[in-house]
Design a protein around this ligand. Sequence first.
Ligand SMILES: Cc1cc2nc3c(=O)[nH]c(=O)nc-3n(C[C@H](O)[C@H](O)[C@H](O)COP(=O)(O)OP(=O)(O)OC[C@H]3O[C@@H](n4cnc5c(N)ncnc54)[C@H](O)[C@@H]3O)c2cc1C
Length: 322
Amino acid sequence: MTVLVLVDHDAGAPKKISNQILTAAREVGGGGVHAVVLGEGATASAEKLGDYGVTKAFVWDDGDADAFATEPRTAALVAALEQSAAPILLYPADPFITDVVARAAVRVEAGVVTDATDLELDGDTMIATKAIFGGEMASRCKVREGRPQFIGVKANAFTAEPGGASECQIVVLNVSLDDKTRRAEVIDTVEQEAGGRPEMTEASFIVAGGRGLGDAEGFKLIEELADALGAAVGASRAATDAGWYPHQHQIGQTGKTVAPQLYVGAGISGAIQHRAGMQTSQTIVAINKDADAPIFSIADFAVVGDLYKVLPPLIEEIRKRK
Ligand SMILES: Cc1cc2nc3c(=O)[nH]c(=O)nc-3n(C[C@H](O)[C@H](O)[C@H](O)COP(=O)(O)OP(=O)(O)OC[C@H]3O[C@@H](n4cnc5c(N)ncnc54)[C@H](O)[C@@H]3O)c2cc1C
């Protein structure tokens, strides 16, 4: 069965989440993998997709994809769905992409399952596992009515593995835009300040801080450790709500889902809503002065102590070893 994957990309390179979903499409779908790549740099991104087993990429490498809000991309996605005729579309569960996909779903009368963390094929139906109640339970969902089936996949649900190396045929989409698709124009974009650190959902290491830091100043220590490790900085909702760190760094049920190789949490209690966003991290190190803090129940390394005493020597030691 052919699976079509909507590939998100950055400056001509597919994003990590796209490679993860392509890997899932190859392994779970068990058939051919097609891709649809939209926006400036789409052709350069598509040329790299053969490494992940994509045999055909539908490309719309056009500035109009970025010059207007979601409408032109929706038109291009519908064109790709028609040409590919794949019964399943997998897409990254990202707010902007979800907006495009939702519009396309209405147009082609597709059924949609959002936020999948695992996939399994049953005949011609994709079964998606979703975490519910803050990750305490899992539900298995399928599209009963409406074809194709659209499944949104969360970041880090799968590990990206190149494979099925093939020549990727590039098919240029012919997208005709009318006045309706140009109704909402993008008049300005503001780059999020990255500060030279990796983006959280792409990072291999994350250092996160919580209310236990005491104030916004405390994040300087978190940033120092992050920079020593080459890590991204995360935060609990208590810390972002207090205005100590920007909201886009929030990890958890109402923040981002992360699954780095290493998660270090300092001054974070480990409330269920926070754990929902990080509990699949490979190695979890928690620093908390309360030995009964819930985060210790999922920690691989539990450090009971005052973070202001634990972190400075840790940072010093890491710097020495670099
Ligand atoms: C609908 C809903 C959605 C939510 N979504 C999210 C979400 O996405 N992400 C999220 O994080 N939260 C979320 N929350 C909030 C969540 O319930 C918790 O309130 C929040 O995670 C607590 O943040 P915290 O661990 O930083 O603070 P606290 O729970 O106050 O914990 C602070 C910890 O720091 C420790 N500490 C204090 N001083 C020190 C020190 N000097 N050294 C070491 N340790 C110290 C304390 O022992 C304590 O364990 C949500 C809540 C609701 C109701």
